[in-house]
Write a protein that binds this ligand. Structure first.
Ligand code: HEM
Length: 543
């Protein structure tokens, strides 16, 4: 069809008619025939647009039997500016959940992929890493884009499955296992209270802004011993620099047209150039800190007198590399530290914000969680910094955190995997070479997996409860993914949440303002990773 339409366009008679129509449309007389070059260019443009449209609307032939969202319906819901979770729930999931295999096909960031919405299929995908290796998205373009220079280096997030990823992960696993800086998280929460007390009882807080600042300080200090001081000063030099870099990395123009960032063209965009310069400074700072830590370690001095679980991840990684005779180059360390910001900052601040929203809208659950915190930390009206043992004892808080991460999606899907041989998933043969991914939100909201999936009910996670039954069948709770490539920061993030939530509950009562847009359900924005839109919560001081 593409070929025949281009031939037709090149036919002289039609060309003549086409041009005369165009010229008439602009009020000109068709007295001259357009140059051949222009005609060919138009034909090429038409063919390319048509080919791009086909690519977007038609999956590869082997995936055409899978349910897929109707293109027009999909586009119209997006144009109506509906939140993306509504688009998924109204357009995509009804078709996907109907099919026995629970698969659907959709066009995403990495092209056409098979999306898994079933817990048994999820287990197959996530535990058979050799059959489903992560696709390689690192390419030469990333060397000069802001996003690429910042985050898409040789780090464990983006490295495809292979020896370099394995070597890095084996050095980083022990570092993350040892890290549990509960004291640091407690101290940061106390620092936050000073700010919150200024407006508590009078005006609501902007939850996402507050949590973003808290998690930035947490990952900065716990990651590489660097204090952004965002809690106290949200406009400090390094906070501003960090936000310029992160904001710039997400700029749609440069994501769509990455060649604009090639060093020569970049000179034409002074603002962009400036952000690249800020990134240079950021990376230099990191380099300086790494060099300093290496020197201390090489001299066999103690990098810090902190307890092991309170040491920063950089120190723990360097120590683990030394112990295991493993080696991490400075480039690899920097790429991973930047990766921790990308993967671990917004995600955790969204998770905490959603938890606070669920507590504010469920006063009975809030009260029960506060009782637990007071029982374990004491009910005196003073700040108490929890210990590792105490946060482990807070089982009800853990249930709230888990249920929040099920019902409120933080990351929608994982980076696509490439199938290395034909493979049966729930009765459908996914052909070699196809891409497969996990739709985390669909798994968490699939009524075949969870009863009343849209309802917030922490009791699902009590011992012997629904969640345990779900786990016997397959992988039904996957906010951090699972298997060899599951989130390395899972415990780190859960620890952050387990410290800040009970401390906040002991200190404040939470409720939504009367005019909140989130009264009926949390309104989100974003595609792929979601956050609550302008979430305000009222705080009433308890001491
Ligand atoms: C609520 C918080 C978080 C959520 C929901 C989350 C979610 C995820 C998910 C779904 C993946 C799998 C991605 C894939 O396979 O394509 C992942 C991987 C990863 N996450 Fe997290 N994450 C969180 C916090 C963190 C934190 C705090 C850090 C670091 C400090 C972190 C570092 C990483 C890294 C390095 C990977 C790649 C692991 C690998 O492939 O070996 N994440 N995360």
């Amino acid at each position: 069809m593409i070929i025949s339409s281009s031939i037709a366009l090149l036919d002289n008679k039609i060309k003549e008619q086409f041009w005369s129509l165009c010229l008439r449309a602009f009020g000109k007389t068709p007295n001259s025939f357009p140059p051949k070059k222009i005609t060919i260019s138009i034909a090429v443009a038409v063919v390319s647009i048509y080919a791009a449209f086909r690519k977007l609307t038609q999956p590869p032939p082997q995936l055409r039997n899978l349910p897929r969202p109707g293109f027009l319906q999909y586009v119209s819901t997006i144009l109506m500016n509906k939140p993306y979770d509504n688009v998924l729930k109204e357009v995509i999931y009804p078709v996907a959940f109907k099919a026995d295999h629970g698969l659907y096909a959709a066009f995403g960031l990495f092209g056409w992929s098979v999306y898994i919405t079933d817990s048994v299929a999820a287990r197959k995908l996530l535990t058979k890493t050799d059959l489903f290796p992560k696709i390689n998205i690192i390419n030469s373009q990333h060397q000069h884009t802001l996003f690429g220079r910042f985050a898409v280096g040789p780090n464990i997030i983006f490295l495809p499955h292979g020896p370099q990823w394995k070597a890095q992960r084996s050095v980083m696993n022990p570092a993350f296992n040892r890290s549990m800086p509960v004291r640091l998280f407690g101290e940061l929460t106390q620092k936050l209270f000073v700010q919150l007390d200024k407006t508590a009882d009078s005006s609501p807080i902007d939850v996402l802004d507050i949590m973003n600042r808290w998690t930035l300080d947490a990952i900065g200090i716990a990651g590489f011993d660097f204090d952004f001081d965002a809690i106290t000063n949200k406009n400090s030099e390094w906070v501003t620099r960090y936000h310029h870099i992160m904001g710039g990395s997400r700029d749609a123009l440069y994501q769509l047209l990455p060649f604009l960032e090639s060093p020569r063209l970049r000179a034409l965009f002074p603002k962009r150039n400036q952000i690249h310069h800020e990134l240079d400074l950021f990376l230099e700072k990191m380099q300086e800190i790494i060099a300093h830590k290496r020197e201390i370690l090489n001299n066999n001095e103690f990098a810090t007198n902190k307890k092991t679980n309170e040491k920063d991840l950089l120190t723990l990684m360097l120590e683990a590399a030394k112990e295991e005779n493993g080696k991490l180059t400075d480039e690899e360390i920097m790429a991973n530290l930047c990766g921790f910001f990308l993967a671990g900052h917004d995600t955790t601040s969204n998770a905490i914000s959603y938890a606070l929203y669920n507590l504010a809208t469920h006063p009975d659950i809030q009260e029960k969680a506060r009782d637990e915190a007071n029982r374990i930390l004491g009910s005196e009206p003073i700040d108490v910094l929890p210990t590792v043992e105490q946060i482990n004892e807070m089982t009800y808080t853990q249930m709230i955190i888990k249920e929040t991460m099920r019902v409120n999606t933080i990351v929608q899907n994982i980076v696509s995997r490439k199938v290395v041989e034909d493979v049966d998933i729930g009765g459908f043969v996914v052909p070699k070479g196809a891409q497969v991914t996990l739709d985390i939100m669909a798994i968490h909201r699939n009524p075949k997996i969870w009863k009343n999936p849209d309802e917030f009910n922490p009791e699902r996670f009590e011992p012997g409860g629904e969640a345990e039954k779900v786990t016997k069948m397959g992988l039904g709770w996957v906010p951090f993914s699972n298997g060899a490539r599951q989130c390395i920061g899972k415990n780190f993030s859960l620890t952050e949440q387990r410290v800040i939530i009970p401390m906040l509950l002991r200190k404040y009562e939470l409720s939504l303002p009367d005019d909140s847009i989130h009264k009926d359900k949390v309104v989100i924005s974003g595609i792929g990773s979601f956050s609550a839109v302008n979430l305000q919560i009222k705080l009433k001081k308890r001491y």
